[in-house]
Ligand binder design. Sequence first.
Ligand code: HEM
Length: 401
Amino acid sequence: MTPEIDIYDPSLYETGMPWAGYAWLRENSPVHRHAEPGGPGFWAVTRHADIQHVSRHPEVFSSHAGGIMVPDPTEEQLSRNRFMMLFQDPPEHTATRSIVNRGFTPRMIGKLEEHIREICHELVGAALARGAAGGPVDFVADVAAPLPLYVICELLGAPAEDRERIFTWSNALIGADDPEFATGDQTPAFELLAYAAALGAQRRAEPRDDIVSKLVAPGEDGTSMDDLALGVFVMLLAVAGNETTRNAASGGLQAFFDHPEQWRRLLEDRSLLRTLPDEVVRWVSPVITMRRTTLDETELGGQKIPAGEKVVLYYPSGNRDDAVFAAADVFDIGRDPNPHIGFGGGGPHFCLGAHLARMEVRVLFEVLAERAPGIAPAGPVRRLRSNFVNSIKEMPVRLGG
Ligand code: HEM
């Protein structure tokens, strides 16, 4: 027996997440052999425990040997990716991560909170002013998309006039399956890489109080990033930090529209802002999949998997696994504990920006609750055609009322 739907098909995700298909797989075929057009095929992993197992065993499930987004990477792509930590295995990954961790300490991230609050007030205030005439505004274009972009540019110390370019490159890189964003070539990747390498060279010459300067300066152990390594890292940040947080913000708002009682709960009790971000990330699962490649023959969920096979982790499915979550299909902003895997299933690649993302989501909903308590949908959303990110392209809302 096979699932009735093809969870690989990007067009499926244009109308919403295939929850019934995921549930079927968890129940009947939790490690499911799946065909893939133009690729070698893969094993779809849909249970929470199996996703954690794969994430925590990089010695068997390699990030380096296979593509994260590309079905069947060429040798050239693999060698280009070797500097990007998302594609590295220990010990290279451990070394890279120990350098980038210097820029992502709780202290460095904590310093951004007030700035994030100002950005949220600026964006929500401008959207309120635009909507004052009574017409709807697009929550994605006006709030969810610029918020993480402004934060990431601030984090990097990139000048405000470069925001638009970084935004366009990031869209083209992630939305490659969507005709509206795809350019069909590698130009955005190369442009962003060149931009970031130049930023690194500049900070090396004139250090500032920003992350890029921290990464290019030698740490206590004498290590630092060269321009290429830094360029690749900035490229990863521009992609990983923008789309994901945008999707959490818009998907989170959609969750409140679908569950108005949770919005009323928040308006009455702001202490829920503490647990809200993790429930939003569990519920939305902004990243749909990451993939690994087996280095040895192994067993997972009762299946024998040969060496050299692709294994794809379906985070949204793991986040609705009722073996782990009580009332998994209920959106509950007070859920605690919340061992979701929206930031990855643990292990060495666990999201570097998790603290930052939680903070952005928390502060955004704090500001929305304060300034736009009557926020409401004003038309149907348009979703991205992608089996990689759970993304809303357009979301008409009314902020007043
Ligand atoms: C890795 C999700 C926000 C930077 C990841 C992974 C996931 C993820 C699923 C892969 C984990 C794995 O393979 O085990 C998310 C979600 C976000 C978010 C859902 C927002 C709600 C951010 C932000 C940044 C960021 C704001 C930085 C500014 C990264 C980086 C990695 C990563 C650099 C690679 C880590 C490594 O390979 O060691 N994220 N992320 N993410 N994320 Fe995030």
